[in-house]
Design a protein around this ligand. Sequence first.
Ligand SMILES: [Zn+2]
Length: 189
Amino acid sequence: MKKDLLETLKEKGALLGGHFLLSSGLHSPDYVQCALALKDTALARELGKDLASLWKGEKPDAVLSPAMGGLIIGHETAAALGVDFLFAERQEGRLTLRRGFSLPAGSRVVIVEDVFTTGKSTMETEELARGLGIKVLGALSMIDRTAKPAFPFPSASLLRLALTVYEPAVCPLCAGGAPLVKPGSRTAR
Ligand SMILES: [Zn+2]
C-alpha cells in the first residue's frame, strides 16, 4: 500500500493507549482497534488487496474468519482473492459455523483475522475447520502482536507490532489501580 500501515493506524486513531483486557485474557497498555481503520471502506478494500497479495500459497476455496474482528478484513481479502467468504461465530463460547454456512469436506481455506494476539482464535478456527474436514492452508492478519507466530501452517501479516502484554496476576496497570477497559468483542471467559 502507499502509506505505512502503522502511520495509517495512528492517523485513524486506531492505536489506543490505556489499560485493556485483550480477547486473549491478557492485559495491555496498548490496543489496536482495527475497526477504526476499516470503517474507511476504500482503505479496507486496499488492505484486503495488500493482505491477499501476501498469500503465496495455493488458491483457497474460501476465506474463513472468526467474528467479529475478522469480518471486514476477511471479506475484503476474500474479494481480492476472488473466493467466497465465510465467518465463524461463538455460540456458548465455541466457534461454530452458523447461518447455513457450509463447505464440502476436503475444501481448503485461508483464515483471515484483524490481529493475531496469542493465536488462540486462529487455532480455534483451525480446530473448527478440521472437525468439518476442511483443510486450513494458512492464516493472514493485518497485525501480528504475537511474540513469535507459531502456527502449524504458513502465516503472514501486514504489520508486526510487538506491543506489551501482561498476565493479569502480574499486570502493573492493575497494581496501579487503573480501570480495565474491554474494547474487543469476545466476552471474557
Ligand atoms: Zn491489568
